[in-house]
Design a protein around this ligand. Sequence first.
Ligand code: HEC
Length: 225
Amino acid sequence: MHLCLKSRTGILVTFALASAASAFAAESTNRISSQQVSRGKLLYLQHCVICHQASGQGAAGTFPPLAKSDFLMADKERSIRALVEGLSGPITVNGRNYDGAMPPVVLNDAQVADVLTFVRTTFGNNGDAVTVAEAKQVRSTSRFRTYEALLKASAYPPLPKAPPGFSVREVARLPAHGTRLATEPNALLVLGERGDIWRVEPKNGQITQLLPGNSYCAPNRAHLG
Ligand code: HEC
């Protein structure tokens, strides 16, 4: 873009062309607003912390770090894509290999922009903001073209009607399919299909991951299915 510094009109024309072609202006940086960052922080706590942890440090070998993540910062478009359609398969983050699966995160374009702006500007990262237009553009070329399509694909079926004398209530939505249940005095333990073990507190619906599957077993459907 600096090639056009010759004339004022030159700059304007180049920018106009760039924004018509893409929501990503090549060398400009989006301004960061503190409101966007605080909205993003809240979304991070609701939608990401369970795997990527409170300081974005991840969990060794299972959940890659977002803190000072070279993978995150190298490609903004790719990071938006990870959220809107999920990410799986081998990746290398800060020199360590991961081969897991992150489900798409059910957030709309504005929320994707907010949460990514938060992680790109926190945890030792030094990026610019993500705009709603950028989130929208990447989503439109992803597996789920719109937020509504993702919402539909991710919908949990409605709860069945309770049998006479019982009532049915949703306690929590786990990020993985559960295959076994065990009980503790005040909690349920759930074994997920990839071997993850989750603790669910029926009182308040709080979910904590006790163990990631690949920290103790190789994924094997014959054992877990
Ligand atoms: C259920 C667990 C889970 C949740 C929830 C989750 N992620 Fe991930 N995330 C993963 C896994 C696993 C990978 C690695 C996927 C792979 O190996 O291909 C990953 C990879 C990533 C990456 C690319 C690798 C890196 O470290 O830079 C980014 C960026 C990312 N996640 C951001 C987020 C954000 C932001 C949220 C919340 C909006 C989120 N994730 C929610 C599990 C999760």
